[in-house]
Structures are given as structure tokens and as C-alpha cells.
Design a protein around this ligand. Structure first.
Ligand SMILES: NC(=O)c1ccc[n+]([C@@H]2O[C@H](COP(=O)([O-])OP(=O)(O)OC[C@H]3O[C@@H](n4cnc5c(N)ncnc54)[C@H](O)[C@@H]3O)[C@@H](O)[C@H]2O)c1
Length: 346
């Protein structure tokens, strides 16, 4: 099924767009208004490089940068980059509303990252209230905005956001996304290295969630077909599932993946904006409300349109080993979602 989607979506063309936008310096000042993107948690390790990448995307004409730390300094710094994008810095709880108002997309990266030895789940108590507050405000102030949640544990806080938005009286499952693009980016990179091909030419759906064994790369649908035996697949699957730990360990207490995550989030934001503009884009996987499995939220390939999700392509065809991995993921993801729902009942 995924193979067919690739033929239809003219993948090389959209990849070229992704490459081109990063180098786009020839924007005209007469350009019509495109999208306002808010980054909440903008002063952080992911927020700053994400803001930089979004500045260079010609679809972004206004960038709202919010954090509980000041965003004035790096906001001013970014504002000198010669693109038409305007930078609006916001600071502290009281300015969150202003940051969100009028935004087409809100990317949430606010919250604590992992330290060596910590699981993503360990972050729940700290990060769930942050995500709940931002989601609630988005529901009230920018109900049509598309919301990308980067903050961990993604598997549980997306459910927190959904419940917060329901409570605020405005939840649209087509507009809420847990950002799992980094797992896809890692899969493309590691497979590209193994097969000695450019990672841009690798396509592989990574389904499930965003933590350990809930991350399920579907090697049987890899394009071009994966070259390697079961042992080799198992080793790369393990590396994709523990890629975050690899970075946390290498940073030795100074945070988790930031630059690769910013790259992944910028790519995902670009796909959302192309959808908003009605332009074609290759499907991207994201963790969304879903009936693909028994888990209430599940990541599968999605196409985007003017109202967020245009089509959920569902689970790709899988071999027996992949089906077993999905079952393990579903059991864990049901528990994560329940934890998020339970938190919002308190
Ligand atoms: N989805 C993924 O694939 C993925 C990958 C890597 C990291 N992450 C997660 O992203 C999150 C951010 O990581 P980081 O490395 O940028 O952390 P960081 O500590 O460098 O930055 C977080 C920022 O959030 C800000 N913040 C905290 N509370 C806030 C609030 N209430 N409102 C606004 N801003 C607030 C902080 O001041 C800080 O600037 C972490 O939870 C991390 O685990 C997710």
C-alpha cells in the first residue's frame, strides 16, 4: 500500500521542495501573507534551531517565539536574517495568549528533556501540566491551528492535550499531532548508511509511538527494498528505537536530541504548511487519534490538507514479525494514553 502511495505523491518532487526551501533566499517583499507559526518553548535546545529553520522557510511569514525564559535576544538575532519572515518574541505565562493568537500552526517544545538513565515517561509529571496549559489556550485562542507536540513523553502527553482541548470545548482530532518525524529521519539515515544510498532516497513508514519498542519501522515496505538479513534488520530497528538514548548518553547530562529534532520538526511543519496551502507532499507519519489499532493514538502515514489530516493511510502491509512488534506497541500505547486521560481527570 505504501509503495502505491509513493507513486501517487511524486515523492522526488516534494523532497526537492524541502531541499529548495532551505536555500530560499530570494523571497520578494511583495509576497502575500502565508503562515504564522508559534514555537512554544522557543528558547530551548530544540526551539532555537527550529526557529532558525522555520525562518528560512518561505511559507513562514511570521514566527512567534514564546518561552518562560526571555526570547528577546535570540529573537532579535533571528530578525536580522534576510528573509521576509517577521519575528515576534514573547515571554512568560502572561504573553502565551499573544503568542498563540492568530497562529496557523503551534509547535510545542516546552518542557524538560531527558538526562542519561531517564526514560521519557519520567518526564510526564513535569511536562504534562505544561502541555495541558498550552493546548487549552490553543483551543480557546486559535481553535483552527494545527498543533504539533514535540514535548516528551509524546505517547502520553498527546492524550493530555486532547483531553485539555475537549475540556476547553474545542478538540479536532485532525489538528493534533505528536511529532514522531525524528524516528523516520533516523530510519532514513541509518538505512541510507547501511545501503550506501542517499537518505533522501529512502522511504520507510515508522508506525506506533515515540519511545522504545513502541517505535516500529516497517522494513518490509522500505523503498528501495531493504538489502540485509533479519539480524541486520533487528540491529537497525534497535538503533532507531534507542537513537534518543544514543544522543542523551553522548551529551552526558546536557540534554537530548535538539538539532536532529529541530530538523525533523521543521520538515514536519513544512508538510503541514504544504497541506494548508493545498499542495502535494509525501505522507509523513505522526502520532494522532486513530482507529488503525486498539490504541486510541497511533502513528501511521498521513496526508495533510486545509484542515489538518486529509487522509490517514493506516497501517501498511506488514510481515509476521512486524505484526508482533505492532501488538507490543499497541499494548504499551493504550497504557500511555490512559495515563494522559487519567491525569486530566485530576
Ligand atoms: N518528539 C521527539 O522526537 C523529541 C525529541 C527530542 C526531545 N524531545 C522533547 O522535547 C522537549 C524539549 O527539549 P529541549 O531539548 O528543547 O529542552 P530544553 O530544556 O532545552 O528547552 C525547553 C524549553 O521549554 C521552556 N519551557 C518550560 N516550561 C515552559 C512553559 N510553561 N511555557 C513555555 N516554555 C517553557 C524552557 O524555558 C526551555 O527553554 C523535551 O520534553 C524533550 O524530551 C522530543
Amino acid at each position: 500500500m505504501f509503495k502505491n502511495q509513493l507513486k501517487l505523491t511524486n515523492f522526488s518532487k516534494t523532497r526537492l521542495c524541502w531541499q529548495l526551501y532551505q536555500a530560499s533566499t530570494s523571497q520578494r517583499l511583495t509576497q502575500t501573507r502565508q503562515f504564522r507559526v508559534a514555537v512554544v518553548g522557543a528558547a530551548g535546545g530544540i526551539g532555537q534551531p527550529l526557529a532558525l529553520l522555520l525562518m528560512t522557510n518561505k511559507l513562514v511569514t511570521e514566527l512567534a517565539l514564546h518561552d518562560t525564559e526571555t526570547t528577546q535576544g535570540f529573537g532579535k538575532d533571528l530578525s536580522h536574517i534576510s528573509t521576509v519572515c517577521k519575528v515576534k518574541p514573547y515571554f512568560g505565562e502572561t504573553e502565551l495568549k499573544k503568542a498563540i493568537d492568530g497562529s496557523h500552526i503551534v509547535m510545542i517544545t516546552a518542557g524538560m528533556p531527558r538526562k542519561p538513565g531517564q526514560t521519557r515517561d519520567f518526564l510526564f509529571d513535569t511536562n504534562a501540566p505544561i502541555v495541558a496549559r498550552v493546548a487549552c489556550l490553543v483551543a480557546k485562542r486559535a481553535p483552527k491551528a494545527l498543533v504539533g507536540i514535540i514535548t516528551n513523553p509524546v505517547n502520553a502527553v498527546v492524550a493530555v492535550a486532547a483531553e485539555a482541548m475537549k475540556k476547553a470545548g474545542c478538540y479536532d482530532p485532525n489538528r493534533l499531532f505528536g511529532v514522531t518525524t525524528l524516528d523516520v529521519v533516523r530510519a532514513e539515515k541509518f538505512i541510507g548508511e547501511h545501503m550506501n544510498i542517499h537518505p533522501y532516497d529512502v522511504r520507510i513508514p515508522v508506525v506506533g509511538g515515540h519511545a522504545g519498542t513502541t517505535i516500529v519501522p516497517i522494513f518490509s515496505q522500505c523503498q528501495p527494498p531493504f538489502e540485509g538479513d533479519e539480524k541486520c534488520i533487528a540491529a537497525i530497528v534497535k538503533r532507531i528505537q534507542t537513537g534518543g538514548d544514543e544522543v542523551v548518553k553522548a551529551k552526558a547530562g546536557k540534554g537530548s536530541a535538539t538539532l536532529s529534532m529541530a530538523y525533523a520538526a521543521a520538515r514536519f511543519t513544512n508538510a503541514l504548511m504544504r497541506g494548508l496551502k493545498g499542495k502535494a507532499c509525501a505522507p509523513e507519519c505522526a502520532y494522532v487519534q486513530s482507529d488503525a489499532t486498539d490504541a486510541p493514538f497511533f502513528s501511521t502515514p498521513l496526508s495533510f490538507g486545509k484542515d489538518g489530516i486529509k487522509k490517514n493511510h493506516g497501517l501498511p502491509e506488514m510481515n509476521e514479525s512486524e505484526k508482533k512488534q505492532v501488538k507490543v506497541a499497541v499494548d504499551a500505547l493504550k497504557k500511555s494514553a490512559a495515563k494522559g486521560v487519567e491525569f486530566m481527570k485530576k
